[in-house]
Design a protein around this ligand. Structure first.
Ligand code: UD1
Length: 367
């Protein structure tokens, strides 16, 4: 039996691997498909950033946990490479499947390929052109050494072709993150604080911030929160705080922030997406969330200058606001005036991407 390593390291990986594992299990139950080994690198380790996602999304316990934890970019990447290489030398797999663009994605791809193990990249071909983001470097490096490319959009296909990837290695399958969203739409549930904060459907905002450019500088973060507080006209802004952002917010404790911004812990999957689904709009610097808001038809303002997911802007509900807090006011004015675009869902974001991936994997490995 051929074995695939499925690599997961950080929060945005977990919703991408869940449907792939489910599809592999289904194939196994029918007596087919490759075997798999789930490898958690331990890049994210808090229950709120990791364990709760496994439970809610029905992801089995990892077969291996590399327990790398936090560190600088190089420290974390190096630790993952060293530990994953050791695992492969002890127990080799036939293919390494990585998802997304986090440090675990790049590190495992490098370790596997150097041992002559083929690499498949799910969500390949995304490019922001912003080299200040570690994710962009992770994407380019991973794609430069991958053998098989599973893609979410024609933009991604075009980026890959432009960098010399043969059409025969590109598999345009859709979006596994959206598989997870569509599979769980009926299960979404409100967090306990909904009544405490007086959240009414369509009458509150959700905000997430974790990019270094927005959250590492305390004064800059304070200006951003001020602009959010002013532009949202007193409506509650639910702000689940990422650990990186929490570090900076501690420095702002004396200065404070607008009273309508309600800080909460990172939310589990079902609660977070319930909040998004019923929000008036989302303010974020995430990439994945802009895909989820596009599918749910919720207005989204992205506090970044570029995106690796242009379909969320061109087809979806997302708009790039930039990182200057002064841009938020006019965007929020348009929202309150009822002038936000409605958007449409990109092709193949239909909940069946993982099934397609597993069909291809079966062909690649088992024939
Ligand atoms: C990582 C990913 C980013 C993704 C984000 C989602 C990279 C380069 N970045 O960024 O693409 O959008 O995850 O969350 O891979 N920490 C905890 N508990 C945890 C994990 C992290 O307290 O479970 C702390 C770390 O100690 C560190 C900070 O959070 O201070 C940042 O964690 P790290 O994994 O290095 O990067 P993220 O900013 O989370």
């Amino acid at each position: 039996m051929r074995t695939i390593d499925i690599i997961a390291g950080a929060r945005p990986n977990f919703m991408k691997i869940a449907p792939i594992i489910r599809a592999l299990e289904e194939r196994k139950a029918q007596g087919g498909g490759p075997d798999y080994r789930l490898v958690h690198t331990g890049q994210h380790y808090d229950p709120r950033m990791s364990g709760e996602f496994f439970e809610q999304l029905g992801i089995p316990q990892p077969h291996e946990n590399l327990e790398v934890g936090s560190g600088s970019q190089a420290e974390q990447t190096a630790a993952i490479m060293v530990r994953y290489e050791k695992l492969l030398m002890r127990a080799r797999s036939d293919l390494c499947l990585v998802v997304g663009d986090v440090n675990s994605t790049m590190a495992c791809a490098i370790a596997a390929r150097k041992l002559g193990i083929a690499v498949a990249h799910v969500e390949a071909g995304l490019r922001s052109g912003d080299w200040s983001m570690p994710e962009e470097i992770n994407r380019v490096v991973t794609d430069s050494i991958s053998n098989y490319f599973f893609t979410t959009s024609e933009y991604a296909n075009a980026n890959l072709r432009r960098s010399g990837v043969e059409d025969s290695a590109i598999f345009y399958v859709g979006n596994t993150m959206i598989d997870t969203l569509l599979a769980n739409l009926e299960r979404l549930r409100p967090p306990a604080f909904v009544s405490e904060f007086g959240l009414q459907r369509g009458e509150y905002f959700v905000m997430t911030l974790h990019r270094p450019v927005n959250v590492d500088d305390a004064q800059g973060l304070a200006r951003l929160l001020q602009a959010v507080g002013e532009g949202t006209r007193g409506l509650p802004v639910v702000f689940p705080v990422h650990p990186r952002t929490a570090n900076t917010l501690r420095k702002l404790l004396v200065l404070g922030w607008p009273a309508n911004i309600r800080l909460v812990d990172p939310q589990p999957y079902l609660e977070f997406n319930w909040l998004v689904k019923h929000a008036k709009a989302v303010i974020t610097d995430s990439g994945g969330i802009t895909e989820e808001t596009t599918v749910m038809g919720v207005p989204c303002m992205t506090l970044r200058a570029s995106t690796e997911r242009p379909e969320t802007v061109e087809l979806g509900t997302n708009e790039l606001i930039g990182t200057n807090p002064a841009n938020l006011g006019p965007a929020l004015d348009r929202l309150f005036a009822g002038q936000w675009k409605r958007g449409s869902v990109p092709p193949l974001w239909d909940g069946r991407a993982a099934e397609r991936i597993v069909t291809y994997l079966e062909r690649l490995l088992c024939t």
